[in-house]
Each structure stands twice: as structure tokens, then as C-alpha cells.
Ligand binder design. Sequence first.
Ligand code: CTP
Length: 410
Amino acid sequence: MRIVLGVGGGIAAYKVASLLRLFTEAGHDVTVVPTEASTRFIGTATWEALSGNPVSNSVFDDVHLVNHVRLGHEADLVVVAPATADLLAKAATGQAGDLLTNTLLMAHGPVLFAPAMHTEMWQHAATRANVETLRSRGAAVLEPASGRLTGADSGPGRLPEPQVIFDAAMALLQGQGDYQLPLAGRTVTISAGGTREPLDPVRFLGNRSSGKQGVALAVAARNAGASVRLLAAHMDVPPPAGVEVVRVETALELREAALHAAAVSDVVIMSAAVADFRPAEVSDTKIKKRDDTADPVITLVRNPDILQELVEQRTAGAAAAGQLIVGFAAETGDSQGDVLAYAEAKLQRKGCDLLVVNHVGTDKVFGQDSNSVVILSRSGSEPQEASGTKTEVSEAIIRRISFELNRVSL
Ligand code: CTP
């Protein structure tokens, strides 16, 4: 296969020599296209010797070969390693100032980015947005590895190991022709935020859910190729672009929207904080405070358990197609049992396929940007831990869901 290996200007460029070796030893024809900056780390002579092909980084070399068009057109795969913050930004905005960025614009086959940069650069909102843009266009952007960086500090930002990049590249090549994102063609419904249960036209019973987790899940599912329906209860964050938003207020409204959406969904994720109870009576007019009456008493009635109903009302067709219903549990341990024991019991009680368990205290989870969860499965596989930002945790949950779905349909 013909592979274009773009090399960005980062110190990790030296590791790409091993990656190039893996490609050539597997019999691939590799053309290396280094950026100008990268040649300050590794010179073009190294790439020429290792690849056996001429190396250029200018659109003005060998103009008669029209390399700036030809390389991308002819490549079965383009791999960029290290993908620096600068290269990701250029690729996301479609710049074409050198041979590599021209090649990326002309690429007909899959494109794989293996990022490497300082942790703060990787986590910067600009880089996050660029990565999101590239993924939403179908490019594969690997997660950088965590560990010691160039300076004394450590964190996510290291170039993934050459073998990891090689494996991802081979997976992309093998899927070529019908190359697909893991959730391409799938419909995913996600409930997010907290329901509000009205007492009167101005008052309600609510909860602290910010909707961040549900929105992060919607972004991760969208980036994995799914068409996403977000059932948005009250949220402190705006819904993301590229998903269908259905606004709901109360648990009963959410129930109706969820049961309706489930009939056409491959996956339903209940990440909303649903009020377990609602006021038995809702006053049409504002409840007045009056000195001559006793203190008001609010009587509550139970809301339906939507998750449980989704499982009970799952159609035979949806079950046969391997529909996945995913619940969330906010648990605390106590003297009677630990968090996992309670979560395991909840998984059995509710009957959902996967349960994502958050360990909560008063200062944890709600409204926070980071998170640590355990994913329990009814199929009995080992509990899986995921931690990091809500984005990272959501990506891990969506990867797990993709794995379960694709396993079922094999
Ligand atoms: N859920 C639901 N309908 C409800 C309450 C909760 O669908 N009326 C869903 C939530 O969206 C979540 C899961 O059920 O996916 C677990 O919610 P949680 O509040 O942790 O569980 P409860 O059933 O309320 O159990 P308990 O309060 O006994 O811990």
C-alpha cells in the first residue's frame, strides 16, 4: 500500500523513524513528507535513507510531478506523526502552505493523526476544538499517551508508541473501501441534565445536574459517526452542534421522549438526573404566602423509572438488533455495602445492559469537569474503570459501547 508519512515539528519526530521501519518492513511504500520545522529535529537524509524514496517538504520541488496534488490522491493512507498543535490547527482550518498540508487537503483515503505536544497545549480549548473538527470530518485522531514529557513534567501529550500508531494505521487500511467510524450508521439517544418538577408556574423541584456529562457523551458519539438525539432537560451548558436536540422539562416529558426515541435507536444512554418524585399537585397559579394559613405541605408522588421502562418495553426487533440501554448510577457506599456492591444490585434491578457508576460525595461529579467511573456490564465481563476529564470519560464510554455493539452484530 502507498502511505504518506507526514512528520511534524516536535521532538518526538525521532520516534517516527521506528514507525517508518514498521511500515517498510510490512512491505508498504512510504513517502515521507516532513514539515520545514521538523527538519530541525530530523534531517531529510534520514527519511530518504529509511524510506528509499525522495523526500521533499516544498510545493516548489519537482513541480512537473505536481506532488502537491498527486501525493494525497495516490496515497492509500496518510499518517501524521507527531501531529503538533500547529499541524492540527492547520489541518482543521484547511491551510495549504506546504507540501504536507496540501497532501492532507487532497487525501482520498483515511487520515490518521498521532498527536504529541505539551499537556496544556493538548488540553487547550483551541486544540480540543481542532481535534473535534478533524474527527467530525472522519479523520482518526489518536489519544496521546500519558507520561514524562520533554521537560520535567508529565501528563497526556506523549506521542503514542510506534507500534500503537502502526496498529491503528493497519486497522484503517484493512477497513479501507468501507472505512467507517465505529458508530457510523447508528442512532444514539442520550438524555442529559436535570428534570424540573413544577410546584406552580414559578417554582419547581430540581437537582444539581449540569448536563456536562450528557453533552460530552453526545459529542463523543457524534464524533464516532453516530446520529445523535439529545433529550435535554435543564442544562447549564449549551447543546453541541451536529446533534438533534429535544427539550424536555419534567420526568414525564422525558419518559415520553425517551420511549419514542428508543423505538428507532441502537443505543439509549440515560445520563439525565431524573427526579424520583414530583409534587402530587401542580397549582395553576402562584402559591401565595398567607399569614392566616398553616405552613404548606408538599405531597410527592413517584415518577416512573424511565430506564427500567426502556428495558421492559424494548421491542423484540430492537433486542434482536442488539440495542444497548445504558444507565448511570450515582452511588455512595455505607456500612451496609460498598459502591460497587450497590451498583451491581442496581444493574440487576434495572436490567440495563451497561451501568456507568459514579462515586459521589457532595463535592464530586455535579458541575465538575473531571470524573472517574466504573462501567459494569450485564454480560458479566470485568468492571472497566475510566477517569479523566468528562470528555475523556465520555470517549471511553462511547468506545465501550461501540465495542459491545459491533461485537453483537458480528
Ligand atoms: N432514572 C430513570 N428514571 C428515574 C430515575 C432514574 O430513568 N425516575 C435513571 C437515571 O437516568 C440513571 C439511572 O436511572 O441512568 C440511575 O439513577 P439513580 O438516581 O442513581 O438511581 P435510583 O433508581 O434513583 O436509585 P436510588 O435512588 O435507589 O439509588
